[in-house]
Design a protein around this ligand. Structure first.
Ligand code: FES
Length: 171
């Protein structure tokens, strides 16, 4: 990946400048700030396409594979465009034994999408994630920063309807 040609023509130049300024402002060993830089990049661009990952790798003098390894390890990072609402269904052990797989199935059915893909209306991206540390509320799902606990498959209908109606009202 290190020898790949870097094509940044699809990346917004103004946002790249902001990212450069952020990286330049970091003190100490810049390589140790990789996760910090990825967070900033995702805040700016909303997701981390391959050419942006490679750009960051070059800026920090890291291999593209190393950057991609971190991006794919953390479910927080998105390699593809994401919907307005990111739905994360916890598939950790406590949630799984309480039926998280059925919750996930219902979410995918109602949003009409597949895992990690954006729904065709641009509203939802659905992810399955590892334990989010709220096991007492299992099974747990989140929509952006909002946490829903003890979710049953039938509750998903109301939750999705809620986010669809917000969208409708804001038009
Ligand atoms: S296993 Fe789901 S919150 Fe811990």
């Amino acid at each position: 990946m290190r020898n790949r040609i870097l094509d940044t023509s699809t990346l917004d130049k103004e946002l790249l400048k902001q990212l450069d300024a952020f990286i330049d402002s970091l003190e100490g060993d810049k390589q140790e700030h990789l996760i910090h830089v990825l967070h900033k990049a995702q805040d700016l661009f909303s997701y981390l396409p391959q050419n942006l990952q490679l750009y960051i790798a070059r800026k920090l003098d890291l291999s593209g594979a190393r950057v991609n390894g971190v991006v794919t390890f953390y479910s927080y990072f998105n390699e593809k465009p994401v919907g307005k609402y990111i739905i994360s269904v916890c598939m950790g052990t406590a949630c799984f034994v309480k039926g998280a797989d059925k919750v996930l199935e219902r979410v995918l059915e109602l949003t009409g999408t597949s895992k990690n893909e954006m729904s065709s209306d641009g509203l939802f991206t659905v992810k399955d994630v590892r334990c989010i540390g709220a096991c007492g509320l299992a099974p747990v799902m989140t929509v952006n920063d909002k946490v829903y606990g003890k979710v049953k498959p039938k509750d998903v209908d109301d939750i999705i309807r809620h986010y669809r109606s917000i969208q409708y009202e804001s038009k």
